[in-house]
Write a protein that binds this ligand. Structure first.
Ligand code: BGC
Length: 694
């Protein structure tokens, strides 16, 4: 008998012994992150935890109040966008292993990630939690990531199914997207997670698709996920995503979770029990949900005493996180008169000035449910000083500020005895003035330091933070905030070679300062070792090998979700751009981005020396590419394979591989490709830089 059949027999036995109350307890939250146990039958509760960047801190069972223990400080992983920028499936697997082992180490059963929604617009506040605008890259990284997590007797929970691509009106927005587009763009990562990674759990999305709330959608959950793809695991609602008892009972959802503490009132709690007792809903529907949960518990060894223990904050985890961080950094520009600006050559006794809030800002604790209570998080300032030691002086000036300072908050008291409404208004006005004043002071301080400080190297480290990249919020435009463009320009007039580092979860407009920028480095929120990884790249200890997992548009209007479709609307959102998402739209309409999908430079140069193509079997083939490192530094290169979409309008990614090549040497990279023999393959190093056809 196969294992699944054994699990089902045991589950059915247990269900036969359970009371209706016990069953109901297993299919809805009895705490904010837990279901109820059935101690009498040895069935434990199911413990959930966010999220993709690590295991979230623990909350009071009934409130969103952190318990406040040091025991929930954990390893903080590079966000999924950073993992995607590595284009390295091995590192995606390693990241999943860290997350799974830590989740187990913290006593969790299900980790609420990875997020695999497609980045349809650069404004979506949760994009940092997602991999890419491209479904192929997303699925090829999500599959090993999930396998890594699930190696640790923990369930991954792929989210948010489906077409969850904006935060505006996120609980109710009705998404109008045609089936062909769902198949081409929004489903592939979910389908691959089910069929190839054997993901144990799926989270429904908050939004509706064509009138049906995804968390209780018969179309999405029963017809597509369970019937078409054969998913036999557990479907969990997003927190507050269920809206109706009868529909949820029929639909393929197994566990209702919510953000409120009235656990008995949840749609799948007392209201469901009453309807079963009144014979309005069949108990068999509930048995099926409980069966899915009991099978999952056996898959995770929750019932047999043979479960892995897990561990967190191990040295191996921190090392793995550094490796991912190093490969995720993308070098976007590197020019120079004689020598290129980067890597910096810092000599003994030299002075370095870092300018910009992100040079010393920690990001782990922000972003919404993806927040992490990091065991530590190295900032770029720390990373650089740690690597340079006592032989160089590293100074820091903030240059700009993203938010209100404590001094401003204190100013509230001055008006606190006046009329409430007016006092609120005038408080805001006062804060705004304070902020402007503070920004001006920081600006002048930075300019004066750069002008008079006699520095050998000046580096700007700015970008976004989780005030911009966060759950429940979409940016209004792509501008680089807090007065940074003016500051960068002014600094460049003083220090023309100043490299610019941007840290963020989404691209920003660069038109006003990019031409004067000789060296530009992009880093997505990069985990606890991010500051060190960045320092290694800036100093040339590590040769950058990251590639953009998204298009960097020149302006927002070049993004199809904005110029063809709708984004950020309330009520309904229409994906009229259909499958022309991201670079697909740009290539179909010959629009040049600032930096294309798949783009990233190195401190060395590579040449493609030979390409071999094997015969296809079952729509899959392999391409072997020989790469020569013609430069002076060892380095890694990503080779990308594209093919024409069947409508002939655009090319799409269908394979990629990454390889390490020593300076002056050759190496082969074997690339798995999704293509038939009669399809032309385009081999290149970004979607806009195709080197050969085969
Ligand atoms: C988010 C989910 C998250 C859940 C639990 C929701 O607001 O959309 O991604 O897993 O909360 O924190």
């Amino acid at each position: 008998m196969n294992q699944q059949a054994e699990y089902e027999i045991k589950a059915k036995q247990l269900i036969g012994e359970m009371t209706l109350d016990e069953k109901i307890g297993m299919i809805h939250g009895a705490e904010i992150f837990k279901t109820a146990a059935v101690p009498r039958l040895g069935i434990p509760a199911m413990a959930f935890s966010d999220g993709p960047c690590g295991v979230r801190q623990d909350f009071d069972p009934a409130h969103w109040q952190a318990i406040g223990t040091s025991r929930d400080e954990v390893s903080y992983l590079p966000c999924n966008s950073a993992i995607a920028a590595t284009w390295n499936t091995g590192l995606a697997k390693a990241s999943g292993e860290v997350l799974g082992e830590e989740a187990r180490g913290r006593g969790k059963d299900m980790i609420l990630g990875p997020g695999v929604n497609i980045k349809r617009s650069p404004l979506c506040g949760r994009n940092f939690e997602y991999f890419s605008e491209d479904p192929y890259l997303t699925k090829e990284l999500a599959v090993p990531f999930i396998k890594g997590v699930q190696n640790w007797d923990v369930s991954a929970c792929i989210k948010h199914f489906a077409a969850n691509n904006q935060e505006t009106d996120r609980l109710n927005v009705d998404t109008f997207v045609d089936d062909e587009t769902l198949e081409e763009i929004y489903y592939p990562a979910f389908e691959a997670a089910v069929k190839r990674a054997g993901v144990h759990s799926v989270m429904g999305a908050y939004n509706k698709i064509k009138g049906e709330h995804c968390c209780q959608s018969v179309t999405q959950l029963n017809k597509v996920l369970r019937k078409k793809w054969g998913f036999d695991g557990v479907v969990v609602s997003d927190w507050g995503g269920v809206h109706d008892t009868d529909i949820a009972a029929e639909a393929g959802i197994d566990v209702e979770m919510n953000v409120t503490d009235n656990f008995d009132d949840y749609y799948m709690a007392e209201p469901l029990k009453e309807k079963i007792k009144a014979k309005e809903i069949s108990e068999e529907l509930i048995d099926e949900k409980v069966l899915h949960i009991l099978v999952l518990m056996q898959r995770l060894h929750m019932l047999d005493g043979k479960r892995k223990a897990g561990a967190y904050n191990t040295r191996e985890h921190h090392d793995a996180i550094l490796k991912v961080g190093e490969e995720s950094i993308v070098l976007l520009k590197n020019e120079g008169k004689d020598d290129k600006v980067l890597p910096l050559n810092v000599k003994q006794g030299e002075k370095i000035l870092l300018i910009g809030e992100n040079a010393d800002k920690k990001h782990a604790a922000g972003g919404g449910s993806a927040e992490i209570k990091a065991f530590y998080e190295l900032t770029p300032l720390q990373g650089l000083q740690m690597l340079l030691g006592g032989n160089a002086t590293v100074d820091y000036v903030q240059g700009y500020t993203s938010g209100a300072s404590e001094a401003q908050d204190a100013s509230w008291q001055a008006t606190s005895l006046t009329d409430q409404e007016n006092s609120e208004e005038s408080r805001k006005e006062e804060q705004k003035k304070q902020l402007e004043k503070e920004r001006k002071e920081l600006y002048e301080q930075a300019i004066s330091a750069a002008r008079n400080g006699n520095y050998d190297h000046v580096i700007f480290i700015g970008g976004l933070n989780h005030d911009e990249d966060q759950e429940g919020y979409d940016r209004k435009d792509m501008s680089l905030p807090y007065g940074q463009p003016e500051l960068i320009n002014e600094l460049h007039s003083l220090c023309p070679d100043m490299p610019v580092v941007m840290i963020g979860g989404n691209p920003v407009e660069m038109d006003s300062w990019i031409d004067n920028t000789k060296a530009l480095v992009w880093m997505f929120y990069n985990g606890m070792e991010g500051g060190k990884a960045l320092a290694e790249v800036l100093l040339g200890h590590i040769n950058p090998s990251g590639k953009l997992p998204v298009s960097f548009y020149k302006k927002l209007e070049d993004c199809s979700a904005h110029c063809v479709g709708e984004f950020g609307t309330e009520g309904e959102v229409h994906y009229t751009e259909k499958d022309e998402v991201g670079y697909r739209y740009l290539t179909a309409h010959n629009i040049k981005p600032l930096f294309p999908f798949g783009y990233g430079l190195s401190y060395t140069e590579f040449k493609i020396d030979g390409i071999k193509r094997l015969l296809s079997v079952d729509h899959k083939t392999q391409v072997v590419v020989t790469i020569e490192n013609t430069g002076k530094a060892d380095g890694k290169e990503v080779i990308e394979v594209y093919k024409d979409h069947k409508n002939g309008k655009y090319r799409k990614l269908c394979g990629f591989g990454k390889v390490n090549v020593a300076a002056g040497y050759f190496a082969d990279v074997v690339i798995d490709v999704e293509a038939d023999d009669d399809e032309t393959l385009y081999i290149g190093t970004s979607v806009d830089d195709i080197k050969a056809k085969i």
